[in-house]
Design a binder for this molecule. Structure first.
Ligand code: SAH
Ligand code: SF4
Ligand code: F3S
Length: 452
């Protein structure tokens, strides 16, 4: 205890709730790492917390509503412990800034995604009765030197952030405003982190970024010395026993070279998450996605030609500004044409200050958005089941993640295509091992198999 008392944290307990995307999950691990260095202790028990942080998401209105609701619930913890500090961090902190302090008096700290090195100072300011606020965005912060504390991990798969921010300015999206400009992390720090997780027993890394395949590391002369395909190669060469994945890629940067590198390495997983957003070229142009339906389908054809077994997944938005029934039908036909393995599907939510909010009209009724989204979801369910059925009879290499949710007599793990497989356990197999499994049956979400 004496050592802890010597640091500002002094053994105080920090509790963090994380909402939103994988980038936020990674950021929470960075915050914990920074705070632990200052002597704060991480806890998963909110009742014993001295500091509660909420790492927030702004992507759709309902994401923010959920957090407002959660803040109301925190009032009782504050009543029970007057010294409790409550902080809002992440995208909603960046978007709303001081408004958060004004609207919700229990909030003591507001910290944007580029200010986490400042967290100990912000907490200290709040503890002497002030408000801690830092929403400055940075051109170069990547937290490259910080070793994230891996929370909630299965010990087999780890996420490694390789870039931050976004400059694409899709008309519907808040991310460029909440996370700032696109920047890439030093490849040497990425490789070091990947080697460390491999040595710690992990067998899969997912390289993360808002547009992961736009990664480019430049030297002092401004020349690109490591691009995304090169980085993938470097990471894949850490060990043939290490699987490599990446998310999320933007179709505009899905290069032939990347496809070639993926096809050329067994340990690069045959799965690409390639958000289409819409199947209508008119919508894609209005969304500022920088590709057409035909161009997108051309990328799919190139992937299929080089890697016939590659799984393709996507994100889709229903009911964007001025979307007609024809545009919607184009999205449905794109889905059929690609035959996505799975998809994240959303109703369009107009976000303040985006291009859509400033220049377009959100004219598809809520009811109609729901109807279109339901059609999309139903179609995707059919496509997912059809894709799983095609796997029955095939043999896959499965990286074991642990026991299945239902029983300790069954193991579960993923195929290279990122599908979950459940099969009977064998005494010599454990999490982190590879198993060869023949698929015998499936549901809409899971494959079932037996060891070969
Ligand atoms: N950078 C990634 C993911 C960004 S957010 C990419 O571009 O692919 C994840 C998904 O949320 C997006 O792909 C999009 O489908 C969805 N999304 C973003 N803004 C939205 C909005 N205003 N309304 C509904 N869905 C949205
Ligand atoms: Fe948002 Fe588009 Fe950037 Fe993705 S690429 S984060 S959807 S602006
Ligand atoms: Fe949400 Fe921010 Fe991620 S808005 S989706 S947490 S980048």
């Amino acid at each position: 205890m004496k050592i802890l008392k010597a640091t500002p944290g002094g053994g105080q307990k920090l509790y963090i709730e994380t909402y939103g995307c994988q980038m936020n999950v990674g950021d929470t691990e960075i915050i914990v790492s920074i705070m632990q260095k200052e002597g704060y202790l991480y806890t998963t028990n909110i009742d014993e917390a001295d500091i509660i942080l909420v790492n927030t998401c702004s992507i759709r209105d309902n994401a923010e509503q959920r957090i407002w609701g959660r803040l109301k619930e925190f009032q009782r913890y504050k009543r029970a412990k007057r010294s409790l500090i409550v902080g809002i961090v992440g995208c909603m902190a960046e978007r709303l800034k001081e408004q958060l302090l004004e609207r919700e008096p229990i909030v003591d700290i507001v910290a944007g995604p580029d200010s986490y090195r400042d967290m100990p100072k912000l907490v200290a300011a709040a503890q002497v009765g002030g408000k801690g606020i830092n929403v400055a965005l940075s051109q170069d912060e990547t937290y490259g030197d910080i070793r994230p504390v891996r929370l909630d991990s299965n010990g087999v798969s780890a996420f490694v952030s390789i870039m931050r921010g976004c400059i694409n300015m899709c008309a519907y999206c808040v991310v460029p405003y909440t996370r700032g400009i696109e920047r890439s992390r030093d490849p040497q720090t990425i490789l070091r982190e990947v080697k460390e997780v491999f040595d710690a027993g992990y067998r899969e890394v997912t390289l993360l970024g808002q547009n992961v395949n736009s990664y480019r590391w430049k030297n002092e002369q401004g020349e690109v010395v490591v691009d995304f395909p090169k980085l993938m190669e470097m990471v894949a060469e850490v060990s043939p026993l290490l699987r490599v994945r990446f998310a999320t890629s933007h179709p505009k940067d899905l290069s032939d070279r990347l496809i070639e590198v993926m096809a050329g390495h067994n340990n690069i997983c045959k799965a690409i998450h390639l958000p289409a957003q819409s199947g209508s070229t008119r919508m894609l142009q209005l969304m500022n996605r920088k590709y057409t339906r035909e161009w997108y389908l051309g990328r799919i054809a190139a992937i299929r030609a080089a890697m016939p077994d590659c799984a393709i997944t996507t994100d889709l938005i229903a009911g964007f500004c001025t979307e007609t029934l024809d545009d919607h039908a184009d999205t449905m036909s794109l889905m059929r044409e690609v035959g996505y393995e799975s998809a994240f599907m959303f109703k369009f939510s107009l976000r303040p200050n985006t291009y859509a909010a400033r220049h377009l009209t959100d004219d598809v009724s809520e009811e109609e958005k729901t109807r279109r989204l339901t059609e999309i979801i139903n179609l995707q369910n059919e496509l997912s089941i059809a894709s799983n059925r095609r796997d029955v009879g095939k043999v896959f290499e499965v990286l074991i993640e642990g026991y299945s949710k239902r029983s300790n007599e069954q193991l579960c793990g993923r195929t290279s295509q990122n599908k979950m497989v459940v099969f009977d356990a064998a005494p010599d197999l454990k999490a982190g091992d590879y198993a060869t499994v023949r698929i015998t049956d499936c549901s809409s979400a899971t494959l079932f198999g037996t060891l070969v």
